[in-house]
Design a binder for this molecule. Structure first.
Ligand SMILES: C[S@@+](CC[C@H](N)C(=O)[O-])C[C@H]1O[C@@H](n2cnc3c(N)ncnc32)[C@H](O)[C@@H]1O
Length: 217
C-alpha cells in the first residue's frame, strides 16, 4: 500500500492552485465571507466547489437544487459549471444572505440561479407538489433537518441523479467516541441512515468537512 497522504494546509493550497481557477466574483465572495468573521466557516471549501463543478460536468447535469445558499459561493460555483440551458434553484430562509448572494450573481451576470427565500421544508414540499425533479441536489443547511431534507430529496431526484451532502465528517468528530454533543450525534445518525439506505449507492469523499455522494438507483 502506498504511504498515506497527509493533507496539510500547504498541500491543500497547492491542489487548489493547480485545479480549475476561480473567477473574479468567486474570489470576491470568498473575501466578503472572510470579512464576516465567524460566519465565513459556513461556506464550502474551494476544493469542494471545484469537485462539485467536476461532478456537474462529467454527469451532464442540468437541473440543480441547493438547500442552504448563504452568500452564494456554492450556488455560483455550481451554476458556472452548468450548460447554458441548465438551472439551479437555491433555498435559504435568510433574506439578508440571499440579497447578498443575488448581488454576486448579478455581478457575475449569472442568470441560471433562482432563489427561494423561506424555510427549506416549505420550499421542498412545494417543489414536490409541483412534480419538479432534479439531477443534482446539494444539502448544506441546518443539520437538525438533514434527515427530513434527505427523505424529501429522494423523491425529488431523478434516477441516477446525485444527492450530495456536506459536513458528514463534522471536523472529524464523528469518530471521537468521547464526543457526545448534539450535532456530532445528529451527523452520526444521519450517516447511519445513509449507510442502510438501499435506494442509493453512496461514497464519502474526505474533502472540506466531508461530502457524501449518493447516486439514486
Ligand atoms: C452552511 S450555510 C450554506 C453555505 C453555502 N452552501 C456556501 O457554500 O456558501 C447554511 C445556510 O442554511 C441556511 N438555513 C439554515 N436553516 C435553514 C432552514 N430551516 N431553511 C432554509 N435555510 C436554512 C442559513 O441561512 C445558511 O445560509
Amino acid at each position: 500500500m502506498p504511504k498515506k497522504l497527509d493533507l496539510t494546509e500547504n498541500l491543500e493550497k497547492y491542489i487548489i492552485d493547480h485545479s480549475e481557477a476561480l473567477t473574479d466574483v468567486q474570489k470576491e465572495i470568498i473575501r466578503y465571507n472572510i470579512s464576516l468573521g465567524n460566519h465565513q466557516r459556513l461556506q464550502i471549501s474551494v476544493s469542494q466547489a471545484q469537485f462539485l463543478q467536476t461532478l456537474i460536468k462529467i454527469s451532464n447535469i442540468k437541473k440543480i437544487l441547493e438547500i442552504g445558499s448563504f452568500t452564494g459561493f456554492s450556488a455560483l460555483s455550481m451554476a458556472l459549471a452548468l450548460p447554458f440551458d441548465g438551472f439551479l434553484i437555491s433555498l435559504d430562509k435568510s433574506s439578508e444572505f440571499s440579497m447578498q448572494a443575488q448581488s454576486f450573481y448579478e455581478k457575475a451576470n449569472e442568470k441560471k440561479i433562482k432563489q427561494i427565500i423561506k424555510p427549506a421544508i416549505e420550499s421542498l414540499k412545494e417543489l414536490k407538489d409541483s412534480g419538479q425533479k432534479f439531477d443534482l441536489i446539494f444539502i448544506d443547511a441546518d443539520k437538525e433537518n438533514y434527515l427530513n431534507y434527505y427523505e424529501t430529496c429522494i423523491e425529488l431526484i431523478n434516477k441516477n441523479g446525485l444527492i450530495v451532502i456536506d459536513n458528514v465528517l463534522w471536523h472529524g468528530e464523528v469518530v471521537d467516541e468521547t464526543n457526545n454533543d448534539k450535532f456530532t450525534n445528529i451527523i452520526r445518525q444521519f450517516n447511519e441512515h445513509i449507510k442502510k439506505d438501499n435506494r442509493i449507492v453512496k461514497n464519502i469523499i474526505p474533502i472540506g468537512d466531508g461530502l457524501t455522494i449518493c447516486i439514486k438507483k
